[in-house]
Design a protein around this ligand. Structure first.
Ligand code: TRP
Length: 464
């Protein structure tokens, strides 16, 4: 079962089907759910955005996730190798694999920065920093962290070392086992926090914000693109992470069912995070559109008010850290296994080299709030926001179209059917899945793109 096989002759597999689901859910559930979803929801006006996100997950996310797992299991390789195995050495589809690897590289380079903030907050919780000050003084703590070059770089590098350590050690002995304990623990913790959030005065207003569609607070095409991007990011789709995990999957696993379970779990965690944060935001009069610092500015406020909040904070940030590790591991696994397969290096040097190069590149994001804060790349976005926009809102959705087209049109119907039915409890759903990946998913994502490009020309506001 070892992924970290020495001989590389027989391809590694997961220890069990559940092990795969947990690892894939571990990849999906991460900072994207708890850090990103609430702030992007805040920036895009709430309700309508949330509804579109859920629709994207169900109609586009689940079928594309099944397509990715299918391509991986049939292609038996990391993205580039899988397309090569399926359509030959000269096939242009290999490029889609490379775009995925580059996207993974970029995402990991800023993901580790956010994970570093989580580490910083864990230490703040341990040292009691949130309890030594007034409530109003908690949110500015994030701004000071963001402006500190030293701490951003230090925590980012520490976190990168964790990620490298896990991926070098082989995924399932560590991650497959840890996930089984940590993910349920995180879930229970979120339920507890949700119950507390429900007692706050701002709960009603928050529920209205999160669930009631109010078009006046919506940004049109750019918000729809943000929703598509968020769905892809949160489900780890569009660049080949699920594809790579799928390549370690046995033939008797049910692809569609796995994709559905992973996606529903993922969106549930994201909604829970929003239902916890927004009551705090409305109760304490914070700004919903505070951007990437939102969760760090608001959650500690709950912790500072809760009886026994210090323990809760310590446990929460520890779990969040683990959720981040299980996601960053899947990103590094894609880049590392590509280096392994393309250059024929061993797992250790491949992963170490990939991690180090990404870590160095990550300095650009780590310094976006300090030394490089004046540098704007795309529109008026700083480096960190530009990478996030480029990867999540451009590369992942475009990669997703590519994956859907490949699974729906390039793979022969017989190949796809064979793979879909292998291990499936509901093989009769094949035609539905095929219609979704052939038409609905690529058309929906493409439409959003065209809309956004058009609105660029008509001069509409596109920057969130
Ligand atoms: N889905 C993870 C999260 O929500 C992040 C992530 C891991 C990811 N692997 C990915 C995003 C692959 C895009 C592609 O935190």
């Amino acid at each position: 079962m070892a992924l970290a096989q020495k001989d590389n002759k027989k391809r590694a597999t997961w220890g069990s089907k559940l092990g795969f689901i947990l690892a894939a859910a571990g990849s999906a559930v991460g900072l994207g759910n708890i850090w990103k979803f609430p702030y992007v929801t805040g920036e895009n006006g709430g309700g309508l955005f949330v509804i579109i996100c859920v629709l994207c997950v169900l109609l586009v996310g689940i079928p594309i996730m099944a397509a990715e797992i299918m391509i991986g299991r049939r292609g038996q390789g990391s993205p580039v190798t899988a397309y090569e195995n399926l359509r030959g050495n000269k096939s242009l589809w290999k490029l889609l694999g490379w775009v995925g690897v580059v996207a993974g590289f970029i995402i990991l380079s800023y993901y580790v920065v956010v994970a570093g903030w989580t580490l910083d907050y864990l230490f703040k919780a341990l040292s009691g920093a949130f309890w030594a000050v007034e409530t109003e003084q908690i949110p500015p703590m994030f701004d000071s962290l963001y402006a500190s070059a030293f701490w951003n770089v230090t925590w980012m590098l520490v976190f990168m070392c964790f990620t490298i350590g896990v991926v070098i050690g082989g995924v399932q002995a560590g991650i497959e086992r840890w996930n089984g304990v940590l993910m349920p623990a995180l879930f229970l913790m979120l339920i507890g926090l949700l119950i507390f959030a429900a007692t706050l005065d701002g709960f009603g207003e928050a529920m209205r914000f999160v669930f009631y569609p109010d078009p006046s607070r919506f940004n049109g095409a750019s918000s729809v693109l943000a929703a598509v991007g968020q769905a892809f990011f949160s489900l780890s789709l569009g660049m080949g992470a699920m594809l790579t995990y799928g390549s370690y999957l046995e033939k008797d696993a049910d692809i569609l069912r796995s994709a559905a379970i992973i996606s529903v779990l993922d969106i549930t965690v994201a909604l829970m995070a929003a239902c916890i944060l927004f009551p705090v935001i409305f109760t304490f009069g914070f700004e919903p559109s505070a951007g990437p610092g939102l969760v760090f500015k608001t959650l500690p406020v709950i912790f500072s008010q809760l009886p026994g909040g210090r323990i809760v904070a310590i446990v929460f940030f520890t779990l969040l850290l683990f959720a981040a590790v299980t996601s960053s591991v899947s990103l590094l696994e894609v880049v590392g296994s590509t280096v392994m397969e393309r250059l024929g290096w061993g797992r250790k040097p491949s992963v170490l080299a990939s991690g180090l190069v990404i870590g160095i590149f990550g300095l650009l994001s780590a310094l976006s709030g300090s030394a490089l804060s004046g540098v704007k790349l795309l529109g008026d976005r700083n480096i960190f926001d530009s990478f996030d926009f480029l990867a999540a809102e451009c590369m992942l959705p475009l990669g997703g179209i590519g994956i859907a087209v490949f699974a729906g049109w390039v793979l022969q119907k017989k190949e796809a059917k064979d793979e879909f039915e292998s291990g499936a409890k509901t093989p009769q759903l094949f035609p539905f899945w095929r219609i979704l990946v052939q038409f609905v998913a690529p058309a929906a994502v493409a439409l959003v793109f065209v809309q956004t490009v058009l609105s660029l020309f008509t001069g509409a506001e596109v920057i969130h």
